[in-house]
Design a protein around this ligand. Structure first.
Ligand SMILES: C[S@@+](CC[C@H](N)C(=O)[O-])C[C@H]1O[C@@H](n2cnc3c(N)ncnc32)[C@H](O)[C@@H]1O
Length: 194
């Protein structure tokens, strides 16, 4: 099966961390370990380095131009004692190793629409794959920051509001998500089971 990932899509106009996240900063300020899946241009990395006591931050990003930006952010905050690991690979290639650990926070923000997880889950349906992946992530963190974004580049079934509603409802059936806050059917703060 040919993987259909879409790298480098960054339609998030706002470079700041979303308000939805900032509203919950009390839950993240003492987070020690963060796993950021599809870290993009690094707005979450910068925010965690600037405003929290994070000690280990793992950023997974397959697109080289974004990796360079992530490295710039790391050098800007080199006085921070945090260890930052940038992995220039798609999530699918490193997830089995990275999910041997648990994290205080996992960030999966505006990324699942571009990620082909069919090989991982041995399922044809993209929505079912993402739902299964969400349930897996929840087992490995205390907090999951999950977001979807409407995008014409999204994989089939991963493009629009109705798709996102279906995915979350599927995940809920699979593993009963503890959704602490949500904005529309796009942004979710989910309590992890770790
Ligand atoms: C819309 S951007 C979001 C970036 C970041 N999460 C944010 O909210 O600022 C989507 C990101 O997912 C990355 N991406 C796409 N497929 C991926 C994959 N298979 N594994 C990891 N990241 C992926 C893209 O390269 C891009 O950086």
């Amino acid at each position: 099966m040919m993987r259909q990932d879409v790298y480098g899509v960054d339609s998030s106009k706002k470079k700041q961390v979303p308000r939805f996240v900032i509203r919950h900063s009390d839950k993240f300020v003492n987070a020690e370990t963060v796993l950021d899946i599809g870290a993009g241009h690094g707005r979450f990395l910068e925010w965690f380095l600037k405003y929290t006591n994070v000690r280990k931050y793992i950023a997974v990003e397959p697109w080289q131009p974004f990796v360079s930006r992530l490295r710039k952010i790391v050098s800007k905050y080199s006085n921070r004692k945090a260890e930052v690991v940038i992995i220039n690979k798609p999530w699918q290639d490193v997830r089995d190793v990275l999910l041997r650990e648990v994290y205080d926070v996992i960030v999966a923000w505006d990324v699942f629409m571009f990620m082909d997880l069919r090989d991982i889950w041995k399922l044809e349906d993209y929505q079912a794959c993402v739902a299964n992946e969400i349930c897996e992530l929840v087992k490995h963190c205390r907090w999951l920051l999950l977001s979807f974004q409407r995008s014409k580049y999204g994989l089939p079934g991963l493009r629009d509001f109705e798709d996102f509603k279906t995915i979350v409802s599927l995940a809920n059936k699979l593993c009963r998500l503890d959704i602490v806050d949500k904005f529309s059917c796009l942004n979710y703060l989910i309590r992890g089971k770790a």
